[in-house]
Write a protein that binds this ligand. Structure first.
Ligand SMILES: [Zn+2]
Length: 316
């Protein structure tokens, strides 16, 4: 299929039974190769599985893609533009690419649309795997609708809601929003697998992906090693199960924002705690909660995020 020669496609597994089409992408940010490695390992496991376990069956399809190929080859988050902020449809047959990431997006969409057209799918599920610069905690981000939240929860990882209304142009927006009109259900989950350079992030991303395809019924419970569940539960111990985004500290280069060292994901903070500095002096958190994704890299438009515990209203 298209893209294969460029290294875009990690693998395309077609099960013997019809079911959901799962599209998994690693390396949307080029300095986050753990997701790519996890998906490569998943395809190695899928190749071996029928020999080790003759009763193994797979329902539906799994398409795994490398996100920002040029960014991955240079080990940079992006070349010209953040690939997780520009998702939109291309109008017309021959687009002119303004940025390196425009081309990446065009190729990704071509692969996905091709798979959607070919597959007799019951549902489209999109998994986008990332890692963060900070230590301390794995989590899933998804839409605030019940089917998406329950799928994320079934991955047995902490779930962060409320992100969708705060950004434009992310993969979640594209697949959960108006750009992708379908006559079948679409769900999208972003998984943050730990810190960029922790080898454990690869294992956690692999475990979360396996839990996702199990939750969707692509693979049977009895065919999944409980090792993955234990790994995720171990990494999520002491982390809040469901939180809501309440604040984003947005920055520009001119702000000269520098996060104070030592903060980790889900670190509890009190209102007024100083967490960084910019050209105007100290930067404090506006409310109590948990810090998420404190910025410890040069590229990025958000200094940190603030979360608070969230309880689902009755009826969910
Ligand atoms: Zn990322």
């Amino acid at each position: 299929m298209e893209g294969e020669s460029s290294g875009r496609v990690i693998g395309h597994y077609r099960g013997s039974e019809a079911g959901p089409l799962v599209v998994a992408i690693g390396g949307i940010h080029g300095n986050e190769p753990a997701g790519v490695r996890a998906l490569e390992k998943l395809f190695e496991l899928l190749d071996e599985e029928p020999e080790l376990n003759p009763g193994f069956t797979f329902r539906g399809e799994l398409l795994a893609l490398r996100g920002n190929l040029e960014g991955l080859s240079q080990g940079k988050r992006y070349i010209d533009a953040d690939l997780n902020r520009i998702w939109r449809p291309f109008i017309g047959k021959k687009p002119v690419f303004q940025t390196s990431e425009d081309r990446e997006l065009y190729e990704l969409l071509a692969c996905i649309e091709h798979a959607v057209e070919e597959a007799p799918l019951s549902e489209l599920v999109f998994l986008d795997i990332h890692t963060t610069t900070a230590d301390g905690g794995i989590f899933a981000v998804t839409g605030d609708d019940t089917p998406s939240l329950s799928l994320a929860a079934e991955m047995t990882v902490p779930v962060v809601k409320g992100m969708l209304s705060s950004f434009q142009g992310t993969t979640l927006h594209y697949f959960r929003g108006d750009h992708f009109t379908t006559d079948f259900p679409v769900r999208a989950v972003t998984f943050e697998a730990g810190s960029h350079n922790d080898p454990n992030s690869v294992e956690l991303a692999l475990a979360a992906t396996i839990n996702l395809i199990r939750a969707l019924g692509c693979v049977r419970d009895e065919d999944v090693n409980t090792y993955h569940d234990e790994l995720l539960r171990g990494a999520a111990t002491h982390l809040p199960a469901l939180t809501d985004l309440v604040y984003i500290h947005r920055i520009t280069e001119a702000d000269k924002f520098v996060m104070s060292p030592g903060f980790v994901n889900f670190q509890a903070v009190r209102k007024g705690d100083v967490v960084g500095r910019d050209r105007n002096g100290d930067v404090a958190v506006p409310d109590a909660g948990y810090l998420l994704m404190p910025l410890y890299q040069e590229q990025g438009d958000e200094g940190f995020f603030l979360l608070q515990d969230y309880k689902m209203p009755d009826g969910y």
